[in-house]
Each structure stands twice: as structure tokens, then as C-alpha cells.
Design a binder for this molecule. Structure first.
Ligand SMILES: Cc1cc2nc3c(=O)[nH]c(=O)nc-3n(C[C@H](O)[C@H](O)[C@H](O)COP(=O)(O)OP(=O)(O)OC[C@H]3O[C@@H](n4cnc5c(N)ncnc54)[C@H](O)[C@@H]3O)c2cc1C
Length: 405
């Protein structure tokens, strides 16, 4: 259908990718972002191999790699004893064009994509445009902005994040759980690799007192720590806590320079459906999860590629609406059975309160890493290649941009 238009709410990584996929599918796009300019919060920093493969046809990966850090190896460590297991994604070079994790902040993807989107005649981007709700009309949909303005389109994409106003306006349940611990993220330019032996760019570090995740990005080390009930947000964010926590990783004579500090509440929640007529939910608007394993944004980008291409195919008349419903159902199933399962297992193994369970999780990782077949099976899961393979036929069906080998 010539001249179809889709409104995308939210210019996070998922909204930007969805807009690009829809535009590539011949649809006019209006991308509405509530913030006055692109948010630069420190959240996702890991792009998995499968996600880079999916992004490749959108011509953004080279620039993203240029602004990030290529990390072929990720490791599990015992905080006291050092490396327990190392996994080298280079072993997956036969199935992915990107056999590594790319450590790069999510806002850099948005910056690169927005620049490309703003150059396209069929895409208009509006900042300071907060969507307060959406209405499905069966074969069309509309949104209302905080200013009172109403915009009509052939469909609406809700990519407006975890607190999605679109999801709430449709009265969709977002069931799941909230973890007891909050997560504190600190970043420092101090080079942790000068103090810890065999430190990989991505490290899951187990400890009976305080586990952590230690990640390198271009120019910074980021550490994520649990914050228990006995510590308030202000206490956890204080200099005293930040210096104590960083000094616990690496001895340093002077106070650490702290580039960012943020505290997050962590959830596992999935919307009851990802599709209501002509309104499609994607990314955090549809599912949120524990960040351990780095699958939230990645899974959201997978939604954007499949569901963006599927919606464009429906609007072109290439497939029926029933196929979009099938694709949305598949993405919901993967959010539950793949992303939720894997990230929850990661959290359980790192944070296991009893020493025996923690040791069993470490032993399991060590055994996996030393058996090439098991290591490969684990890496296919952790790199999300299995998640994209699970929607292989559907990606083909909708002609989604795809360069998966
Ligand atoms: C500490 C931490 C670390 C993480 N690390 C990783 C990682 O390494 N890998 C990974 O895959 N995931 C990670 N995640 C999860 C990841 O950050 C999210 O899954 C990702 O941001 C989701 O992208 P999104 O575009 O759906 O939503 P968001 O990034 O939240 O973007 C939503 C956008 O919509 C805008 N918006 C909100 N409301 C409205 C409205 N009403 N109208 C218009 N616009 C609106 C917002 O301003 C924002 O720009 C991490 C999360 C945290 C907290």
C-alpha cells in the first residue's frame, strides 16, 4: 500500500532500529521522542554477535565498531581465586560475521542511527514529543501527545521504554517480578587491567560477600554491584561507597576518578501481548529483564528487526495481519523462554547466597569452558545466535534485513 505511515514512540535503540527497518520497508515514519534531545544514560553497553549480524544491512555496524571496543573473550571469575572460565567467541566465526561482543554504549547506536534517519526524506524525527497514549482502530492507529495534539497513522510502534505510556494506555498487564537487590553501576577511567591478572573485557565475578560484573568500554571500566536492603540509594551512590567498592576490585593509592554512578531497580516483566490490532510493542515497552548477560536491548533490537519488517510487509500487502500476530507471538515467546530464562539463570548463579550453590555454578562454568562442544553450545546461547536462529524462517518470510551466515 503506497504512502503508509507509522508512528514510532521513543527514540531509544529499539525505536531507532524499528524506524530504520520500517523506512527500508517502504513506510513513512514519524519518530516521536519525549526528551528534548537524545538521552545519554549509561545502560546497555554490550552488542551480541547475532545483533550485529542483524544490524549489518542497516549500514551502522562499521561506525558502531569504530566507537566501541571489540571483545572476543568473556570470563567468569572467582573474586578471590581469579579466572574460572574463559569463552572465546572467535570459535563461532563459522556462524556469525561478528564473532565477538561489541562493548559500546547504547546511546552511540542511537546517535549513529538518528543521523542516518534524519537524512531520509521518508522519516521525520520530533524531540520534545511525549506520547501519552495510543488508540487502535483495527486498520489504523493514533497517538495523543502531552501537548494535546493527536496524530493518525496506519500503525503505531510502542518503543517508549519500560514505563511505556502506550502500553499503559492500552491497559496491558506487565506481569513479572522485581529483584530484591538494586544494582549500582560505577564507571572509572582507571585501567583495572593493570591490577587484575588475565582480565577480559567482560567479566562475571562471583563472591560470597559481593559479586560484580566488570566491563570495559572504549575509555572506561564499568562495574555493576548489588545493593541490598540495608543500604539506601543515597548511601550506595555516595563517594564513600563508590571508593570502597572500586578499591575492593583493585588497590589504588589515590581516590578513583568516577565518571558515572547510577542505581537501578531490576525486574523481569513481559507484556501480556506485543500486538493490539495496529499497535506493536517492542523492546523495554514489551519486556524488561535483569541486565546480567546483556540481553534486554539486544532482544529489543531483535523485536525491531522482525516486527518492523513484518509490519512493513503487512502495510505493503505482502502478508496478512495474521502473520504479524504470529511474529509478535514468537517474539513474546523468545522474551520469556530465552531472554528471561538466560538472564535469570545468570543472576541466580552469580548471586547464589549459599557457598555450595555458588561453587557449583562456578564448577559448571569451568567444565563448560574446557569441553569444546559444551563451550560452543553455551556461546551459541550467550551470544544470542540461537535466539536469531529460532526466528530464521520468519525473518526470511518478511524479507527482514539479515546478513546472518
Ligand atoms: C545497568 C543496565 C545495564 C544494561 N546493560 C545491557 C546490555 O549490556 N545489553 C543489553 O542488551 N541490555 C542492557 N540493558 C537493558 C537496556 O538498557 C534496555 O533493554 C534498552 O535500553 C531498551 O531499549 P528501548 O529502546 O526499548 O528503551 P529505552 O532505551 O528506554 O528507550 C525508550 C525511549 O523512549 C523515550 N520515551 C519514554 N517515554 C516516552 C513517551 N511517552 N513518548 C515518547 N518517547 C518516550 C525515552 O526518552 C527513550 O529515549 C541494561 C540495563 C541497565 C539498567
Amino acid at each position: 500500500m503506497a504512502g503508509s505511515r507509522v508512528i514510532v514512540a521513543g527514540a531509544g535503540p529499539v525505536g531507532c532500529v524499528a524506524s530504520a527497518v520500517l523506512a527500508a520497508g517502504g513506510v513513512e515514519v514519524t519518530l516521536l521522542e519525549a526528551a528534548p534531545q537524545l538521552p545519554r544514560e549509561l545502560r546497555a553497553s554490550t552488542f551480541h554477535p547475532a545483533t550485529l549480524d542483524l544490524l549489518e544491512p542497516l549500514s551502522v555496524v562499521d561506525e558502531l565498531i569504530g566507537r566501541g571496543l571489540v571483545a572476543p573473550v568473556f570470563a567468569y571469575r572467582d573474586r578471590r581465586k581469579g579466572v574460572v572460565a574463559e569463552f572465546d567467541l572467535g570459535a563461532l566465526a563459522d556462524v556469525t560475521g561478528h564473532p565477538y561482543r561489541l562493548q559500546c554504549e547504547q546511546f552511540k547506536l542511537c546517535e549513529i542511527m538518528l543521523e542516518a534517519l534524519e537524512r531520509q526524506r521518508t522519516v521525520s524525527v520530533r524531540f520534545g514529543a511525549e506520547v501519552v497514549g495510543a488508540v487502535d482502530r483495527g486498520d489504523a492507529a493514533s497517538v495523543v501527545l502531552a501537548s494535546g495534539e493527536r496524530l493518525e497513522a496506519d500503525a503505531v510502534v510502542a518503543a517508549d521504554g519500560a514505563a511505556s505510556a502506550v502500553r499503559k494506555s492500552l491497559d496491558l498487564a506487565f506481569d513479572g517480578m522485581t529483584y530484591e537487590d538494586r544494582y549500582l553501576v560505577l564507571s572509572t577511567p582507571f585501567d583495572m587491567a593493570t591490577r587484575l591478572d588475565r582480565l577480559a573485557a567482560v567479566n562475571y565475578i562471583s563472591d560470597p560477600d559481593e559479586w560484580l560484573v566488570l566491563l570495559r568500554t572504549a575509555g572506561l571500566w564499568r562495574a555493576l554491584f548489588p545493593v541490598g536492603e540495608g543500604e539506601s540509594d543515597d548511601q550506595a551512590l555516595s563517594d564513600r561507597s563508590a571508593q570502597r567498592r572500586l578499591a575492593g576490585i583493585a588497590a589504588h593509592d589515590e581516590p578513583f576518578e568516577i565518571a558515572h554512578r547510577t542505581i537501578y531497580r531490576v525486574h523481569q516483566r513481559v507484556a501480556e501481548t506485543f500486538l493490539v490490532g495496529r499497535v506493536v510493542l517492542m523492546g523495554d515497552a514489551a519486556h524488561i529483564n535483569n541486565p546480567l548477560g546483556g540481553m534486554g536491548m539486544n532482544g529489543g533490537i531483535h523485536d525491531a528487526v522482525l516486527l518492523g519488517a513484518s509490519l512493513a510487509a503487512v502495510l505493503r500487502g505482502d502478508i496478512g495481519a495474521d502473520r504479524l500476530a504470529h511474529h509478535a507471538g514468537l517474539r513474546r515467546k523468545l522474551a520469556i523462554e530465552y531472554v528471561r530464562r538466560h538472564t535469570h539463570e545468570n543472576a541466580e548463579s552469580l548471586a547464589a547466597p549459599d557457598g555450595a550453590a555458588r561453587q557449583r555454578a562456578l564448577d559448571r562454568m569451568a567444565a563448560r569452558a574446557t569441553d569444546p562442544a559444551e563451550a560452543r553450545a553455551y556461546m551459541l546461547q550467550a551470544s544470542m545466535i540461537n535466539a536469531v536462529t529460532a526466528m530464521h524462517d520468519e525473518l526470511e518470510e518478511v524479507g527482514a534485513p539479515r546478513s546472518f551466515r
